[in-house]
Design a protein around this ligand. Structure first.
Ligand code: FAD
Length: 415
């Protein structure tokens, strides 16, 4: 096999679709026996939407989610700090989408299986890799024992707890926790503001994030609202092992948000309306000095897991896949393309991971307002001038790779 991929998440599946598009043979090996639509809401930024549209997935995205119209920051009492239009409304040629992560994964999987029925082999967990003369070998644990697969290259798309990253960095250990705990769920509730707005309220120590992931019912105005309640604790307390599916009772954190009813958004009602709430620590990993070892490289969360404050983790996983495809077209399938991918993406993602840790993420203005005003003001201009807020928002978009002009004018990655 030419390209061997570990992990059928967002990164691995998008890479599979890209390789099919450019005519490169590949196989994806996924650890779980059955891929299920797990997770809650995510956002796909216009730079990644563009890539999925160029893979013929526009209808799939419309089935999976909603076109986001607005993004904004509010205080802990619901006062507006900054809002901006998103997607087409912001001048992009491509929309932004908010959707269920599992729905996106299932749409990518269905599209890939329709194009390459044998593309994904489940129940095969990557254990380690090996560089041999002219080949890369992936060692896998399958239902009938251990097997090896040889390819020209191996791509590690096996997520934040990547086995192949652990082989490259055996002393790295567990992800880094910043002390925040997130409770995440989807509740049926009243769509707010534009009906497709993503909002963050609060500051660094306590916040609530909400956005609809379905189109509001035209009669009731109700939609599936993805929400995250987040509280910063003492990192010394330690955290339970990160598991995207650890369910908890709402009473464990409800009192903290009991009076967060802003009128236009009723956070306590959303919390109470959830069927299942998942607890997840805010974790990332330190940026790495290299991602590539010969014919093996890391991509997506295996390469650059970041705090999800900029809503661009899944987007960057998609963009990684497209850049790798473009570099295979340019350099051929081999170590040169992998190194070129690392050289192009790693410096920028190092900046993003560090910015998301504090001060540089788009949400940093929430803490600035809390520090300067206690979160209460008559006029936001008295706290932070509009120009300062606009400059902050623009700076992050440029760093994360979705500045409007840059994206609209850039030629396609895959020609
Ligand atoms: C179950 C699950 C739920 C998630 N829910 C959310 C969410 O609600 N919100 C959010 O922002 N992000 C969520 N994420 C993370 C989000 O998908 C990623 O941050 C982002 O999309 C980057 O995608 P990725 O493909 O690099 O990693 P992931 O989407 O994490 O995909 C990694 C894939 O590799 C597989 N895998 C892991 N180890 C191995 C191995 N050794 N061998 C082979 N396969 C392996 C995993 O099963 C998974 O399918 C979730 C991830 C997972 C796995």
């Amino acid at each position: 096999m030419t390209v061997v991929i570990a992990g059928a998440g967002i990164a691995g599946l998008t890479l599979g679709l890209t390789l099919h598009q450019i005519g490169v043979p590949f196989r994806i090996f996924e650890a779980v026996p059955t891929i299920k639509p797990l997770g809650v809401g995510i956002n796909i930024q216009p730079n990644a939407v563009r890539e999925l549209f160029e893979l013929g997935l526009e209808e799939a995205l419309d089935r999976a989610g909603v076109r986001t119209k607005e993004y904004g920051f509010f205080t802990k009492t619901g006062q507006e700090i900054w809002t901006e239009p998103r997607g087409h409304l912001a001048g992009y040629k491509w929309p932004q989408f908010s959707m269920h992560r599992g729905k996106l994964q299932m749409e990518l999987l269905a599209a890939l299986r329709a194009r390459v029925p044998e593309a994904v082999i489940t129940d095969h967990r990557a254990i380690r890799f090996e560089n041999r003369a002219g080949a890369a070998v992936l060692h896998l644990r399958g239902p009938d024992g251990d097997v090896t697969v040889e390819g020209d290259v191996v791509l590690a798309a096996d997520g934040i707890n990547s086995a192949l990253r652990a082989q490259m960095y055996p002393n790295e250990g567990e992800p880094v926790w910043n002390g925040s705990v997130m409770w995440r769920a989807i509740s049926r509730g009243q769509a707010f503001r534009t009906g497709a707005s993503m909002i963050l309220a609060g500051h660094d120590r306590i916040r609530f994030v909400a956005y609809p992931i379905t189109t509001p019912d035209p009669e009731t105005g109700q939609a599936d609202i993805n929400w995250i309640a987040e509280v910063k604790r003492d990192p010394g307390e330690g955290w339970r092992k990160a598991d995207y599916n650890a369910a908890v009772d709402f009473r464990t954190f409800f009192p903290t948000f009991a009076d967060w009813n802003f009128g236009w958004l009723d956070c306590p009602s959303l919390i109470k309306a959830a069927d299942e709430i998942y607890e997840y620590p805010m974790i990332d990993r330190d940026p790495l000095p290299r991602w590539t070892d010969g014919r093996v490289t890391l991509m997506g969360d295996a390469a650059h897991p970041a705090y999800p404050v900029g809503s661009n983790g899944a987007s960057q996983a998609i963009v990684d896949a497209r850049i790798i495809g473009a570099l295979f077209q340019k350099h051929g399938v081999g170590p040169q393309a992998l190194q070129a991918f690392e050289d192009q993406v790693r410096p920028r993602m190092t900046q993003v991971v560090l910015a998301n840790r504090g001060g540089g993420g788009p949400d940093a203005v929430m803490q600035m307002v809390e520090d300067r005003s206690g979160g209460r003001f008559d006029n936001i201009e008295d706290v932070i001038p509009h120009a300062e807020l606009a400059a902050h928002a623009a700076k992050y978009k440029a760093m994360a790779g979705f500045a409007v002009e840059d994206l609209n004018e850039r030629p396609p990655f895959i020609t």
